[in-house]
Design a protein around this ligand. Structure first.
Ligand code: GLP
Length: 241
């Protein structure tokens, strides 16, 4: 595990965007795994800037998002689909058919999850996966559990996560309690992973990710077993290391 400790959120975002950009420059048809939440917003902003500068071209890039709330339509402003359009896809030249986000309104969740895995495989696997981390150590929506959930699956969100994510909603009652998420195996199959974290609130999760026991009760700890992970953390998130 490589750990880059940077000064602040801005530096974290720029470093992460540069890694994604160089992946795209070196392989123009890269398959990139993407995350949502507050953490990668600055990275997306920087990627849009690099695109506007003519430094990167998304024509051949394929993307797969980690997760989506169950029961939220694409047009719902709280959906991760909406978030991705707003923060990145509407501002770059990615082809719509190359964007993949789990469909939270799928009639058959089982079929949706299987197809998502199949599409990742057909694309040749994920070259670079971007991750954030929940305060409880979740990656994607893989919540602390008694076992590592392997593939894309339906998740019941933890009370902690519902509370943390309620800041994006009008009230806590509106936060979906279920989501579709890539599994740990899906994430671990990515050839390269970068995990971003900023702020004191993530310090304990980062400490356990790096130095803790590898256990499904701390989902991000599994990253210790991946051969090519880089953590980009600001000083506050790294304060317990
Ligand atoms: C959400 C997402 C994760 C994200 C995490 C942290 O629940 N499913 O992919 O990494 O929470 O979010 P934030 O970056 O807003 O702290």
């Amino acid at each position: 595990m490589k750990i880059l400790i940077v000064n602040d959120y801005t530096e974290m975002s720029r470093k992460a965007a540069n890694i994604v950009a160089s992946q795209i420059i070196l392989k123009n048809d890269s398959v990139i795994g993407l995350a949502t939440g507050d953490t990668p917003k600055g990275m997306y902003k920087e990627l849009v800037r690099l695109y506007n500068n003519g430094d990167i071209d998304f024509t051949e890039v394929k993307t797969f998002n980690l997760d989506e709330y169950y029961g939220l339509d694409k047009t719902n402003s709280q959906s991760y689909h909406y978030y991705m359009m707003e923060n990145l896809f509407n501002h770059v030249n990615i082809k719509r058919e190359n964007i993949n986000i789990p469909n939270g309104m799928a009639e058959s969740i089982e079929k949706e999850c299987e197809e998502y895995e199949r599409k990742i495989e057909e694309a040749g696997g994920i070259d670079l996966q971007v991750l954030g981390i929940g305060r409880n150590g979740h990656i994607g929506f893989n919540e602390p559990d008694l076992k590592f959930e392997a593939k894309t699956h339906l998740v019941r969100l933890d009370d902690d996560t519902i509370k943390a994510n309620s800041r994006f909603f009008e009230s806590i009652e509106e936060v979906p309690t279920l989501a579709i998420s890539m599994g740990i195996k899906t994430i671990m199959h990515a050839r390269k992973i970068i995990l971003l974290a900023s702020g004191e609130g993530k310090a304990e999760a980062i400490y356990k990710t790096v130095k803790g026991k590898i256990t499904p009760e701390m989902p991000a700890s599994v990253l210790q077993l991946h051969p090519d992970v880089t953590l980009i953390v600001d000083k506050k998130a790294a304060s317990l290391l």
